[in-house]
Design a protein around this ligand. Structure first.
Ligand code: TRP
Length: 373
């Protein structure tokens, strides 16, 4: 079996075999338990699809964030994006959930674009990563975040504030610590060795900007977790709260194995894809069907390995009764793959059409979102 790799810069292998419970143990995080979800529901009144279906599955100190909130101490949200290209549906998962948290708790969000990081780790120029950043700002705004409560910043543009904070962090991080956490090698460039301080800095940015201690909650996919371990170590030394996290799993790509990845364009649904292209990609996706229609009718399909089913389950069929019916119709051969794919294509196209419209409109309101120093 090919090894599954999960690091901040690389996620690959047969992800459908990834055991998320083991990942929790390996990373030393905590599972999002039913009790904790109940506690959350008392505040929010309902649970987002991603919580009900286990897309967000792990956390650190999320219970503490809720306790603080319950005694009147509001937190800030922090998430980010490495601007190296076009955004796909997998990227939107943490952002959509972040929007939900922002609405439910009425809190501010700090959104980092790490053009410096992508310059350092990819074969891209600084001009390119900056231009991807500006494009990604539109992708972020299109997620319907609140303009008056969302602050987006690009690392190389927001340096005055960020660099000083990163320096304070860097002073407490030894090379041997970051080497142990990220697996840096002697041949790695020294920029990337410093970079963790840049990604940790926004955890404490709200406290700096507001001049008081502000709890920080980071919704992000689990591969980013290595950053938050040193972040939590240095926090008390600098007099800040430790940042809390809530982690999501990866959205599988439309091919067999692996997460949705920009480097495999036919298996990823990009937010800028035309609706025809999206439809084609979905119709060509890996499914859990039998080789022939007759066999499908006799034996039924296998939703457990089917990507179409997963897309419905994680994203496009929020209704619990309907998703159950879909599963049983598939298993008993009533629903055939072609029809099911068409159904999904319709839903995805509907979603994307709205998203693309909002993305267009975003161009006029960028200024409201950008944090300047
Ligand atoms: N390193 C992340 C990436 O490559 C980008 C990022 C910066 C981020 N800050 C973050 C992601 C905070 C999640 C949360 O995608």
């Amino acid at each position: 079996m090919k090894k599954i790799i999960v690091t901040p810069w690389e996620v690959k292998g047969e992800l459908e075999k990834l055991d998320y419970t083991k990942l929790i143990k390996k990373f030393g995080t905590k599972p999002l338990t039913q009790d904790l979800l109940e506690k959350l529901k008392k505040i929010t009144g309902e649970l987002h699809l991603f919580l009900r279906r286990g897309v967000f599955f792990s956390h650190r100190d999320f219970d503490w964030i809720l306790d603080k909130y319950n005694v009147g101490e509001k937190f800030c949200l922090y998430t980010g994006r490495g601007p190296s290209g076009v955004v796909h549906l997998g990227h939107l998962i943490p952002w959509m959930f972040t929007k939900w948290l922002q609405d439910k708790f009425d809190v501010e969000l700090y959104f980092q674009l790490t053009d410096d990081e992508k310059f350092l780790v990819k074969d891209l120029s600084l001009d390119q990563t900056l231009s991807f950043s500006f494009n990604n700002v539109l992708d972020i705004i299109a997620c319907e975040l609140a303009p008056e409560k969302t602050h987006i910043f690009i690392d190389t543009q927001y340096t005055k504030t960020l660099y000083k904070l990163a320096l304070r962090i860097a002073k407490h991080l030894t090379f041997s610590t970051v080497k142990a956490v990220f697996g840096f090698k002697p041949s790695d460039n020294i920029g990337i060795i410093f970079f963790p301080a840049m990604q940790i800095a926004p955890c404490f940015l709200p406290s700096i900007l507001k001049g008081k201690l502000v709890p920080c909650l980071i919704p992000a996919s689990i591969d980013q977790d290595p950053y938050w371990r040193p972040a939590r170590d240095v926090a008390p030394r600098l007099g800040f709260y430790k940042p809390a996290q809530i982690h999501s799993r990866f959205l599988p790509g439309l091919g067999r194995g692996g997460k949705m990845s920009a480097s495999e364009p036919e298996t990823a649904i990009f937010v800028t894809d035309s609706l025809e292209v999206v439809e084609r990609k979905i119709l060509n996706a890996f499914d859990g069907g039998q080789p022939t229609l007759r066999e499908q009718k006799e034996k039924g399909g296998n939703p457990d390995i089917c990507l179409i089913y997963q897309y419905f389950y994680f994203l496009f069929e929020p209704n619990d009764k309907k998703i159950e019916n879909l599963k049983s119709d598939c298993k008993n051969g009533k629903l055939v793959c072609g029809e099911c794919k068409q159904k999904l294509a319709t839903k995805v196209k509907e979603f994307l059409a709205g998203y693309q419209q909002r993305r267009e409109k975003a161009k006029n309101i960028v200024d409201k979102f950008i944090l300047k120093d």
